[in-house]
Design a protein around this ligand. Structure first.
Ligand code: HEC
Length: 330
């Protein structure tokens, strides 16, 4: 941090009442740059090279966790690859004050019905996430590649478009496309759990011969501090064939610093043909300092199903483009 920002923090902290509510701390410490309402139209802004984010915007503030924002306020923008102009308050503010001021800025959204970022659990390999996201993902599973674009619509809905390719002996690698709509039907910040319903539609393109519709339910919960569970049940309906079966998955993981080891169990039950069950141990790694770019590596181990049951590599790279640009936050 430069000498000027150190002095600025010292001056701001000196103005702050020693123990006070988040609103009072905000006015004393933050409003000069972020504006009185958090929207960032403050006088001091003219000197800033990066315009501070609109802290009052529900879309961005609710998708964050308290802890992520406490980190930025405590350690400053530079620690997360953001602008040096966002000062570090660690020397002047107590942990209680940091929490109070972050609680206050997260309350500026003022609308109910936005699921909190605390319920945005790390993306697993098998299950669809229940949380609505703004994300671009490149996923690999054995010889299959999937390119996924997810876009959040308002509070609870999300649209998704994906395309698949397969690299195998066949000459045409294009496998097909899928569109999906997801809606968060229930969440509880107190119980730290959420559930969403959705449907995936796959037209007869690429290697897909018939229309396929797959309704699903996805859920996530955080029953113990560092542990979370995520799962999905998905039904499959095909044109002319009707219901062809369903698939399910359930996984558990915990956060250990930048790493999230997870274990998922998933299976398919088909009306015709053998059922399958696989285990997928996997490791998700936060790549950018801000946490908006992450990767995952794992292996899908078939336990039940038709032979030969070869293990398949799973991997993905994701960019939470709702959080920051691809080149920022490193
Ligand atoms: C000297 C000006 C300045 C002061 C004072 C300041 N900020 Fe910031 N803040 C910024 C700038 C500039 C950014 C944008 C950083 C970026 O995006 O690169 C920012 C970013 C942030 C972010 C990240 C937003 C996001 O979308 O990721 C949070 C949270 C934040 N500030 C909270 C606070 C709080 C709380 C205070 C008071 C305790 C405060 N700031 C004081 C300038 C300031």
């Amino acid at each position: 941090m430069s000498a000027a920002t150190t002095l600025l923090v010292a001056a701001l902290v000196a103005q702050g009442p020693p123990d006070s509510t988040g609103a009072m701390l905000y006015r004393a410490w933050c409003a000069a740059c972020h504006g009185h309402d958090g929207r960032g139209d403050a006088a001091r802004q003219t000197h800033l090279s990066v315009r501070p984010a609109n802290l009052a915007e529900c879309k961005s503030s609710t998708a964050e966790t308290d802890d992520a924002w406490i980190g930025i306020v405590r350690d400053g923008g530079a620690a997360y690859g953001l602008s040096l102009d966002m000062p570090a308050f660690r020397d002047g503010a107590s942990p209680e004050q940091l929490r109070a001021v972050v609680r206050y800025i997260r309350s500026l959204c003022g609308e109910r019905g936005w699921p909190p970022g605390e319920l945005n659990f790390p993306r697993p390999v098998l299950a669809e996430k229940a949380y609505p996201e703004n994300e671009a993902v490149l996923a690999l599973r054995g010889r299959e590649q999937e390119y996924i674009y997810e876009r959040r619509l308002r509070r609870r809905a999300q649209l998704e478009a994906s395309a698949r390719t397969v690299v195998d002996s066949l000459s045409r690698p294009f496998d097909g496309v899928t569109a999906a709509l997801k809606y968060n039907v229930w969440y509880s910040g107190e119980r730290r759990a959420l559930a969403s319903l959705g449907v995936e539609a796959t037209p007869p393109l690429g290697r897909q011969d018939l229309w396929e519709l797959e309704p699903f339910i996805a859920f996530g919960a955080n029953p113990l501090p560092a542990l979370f569970l995520q799962g999905e049940v998905l039904g499959a309906w095909e044109a002319t064939q009707g219901v062809t079966g369903f698939s399910y998955s359930l996984g558990a993981g915990r956060e250990v610093g930048r790493f999230v080891p997870m274990l998922e169990v998933g299976g398919t039950v088909r009306r015709v043909g053998k059922s399958t069950v696989s285990l997928v141990p996997q490791m998700r790694v936060q790549l950018s300092r801000l946490g908006h770019v992450a990767g995952s590596l794992g292996v899908e181990l078939p336990a039940v199903g038709p032979a030969p049951r070869h293990p398949r590599l799973t991997a993905f790279l994701l960019w939470d483009y709702g959080d920051a640009g691809l080149l920022r936050g490193w």
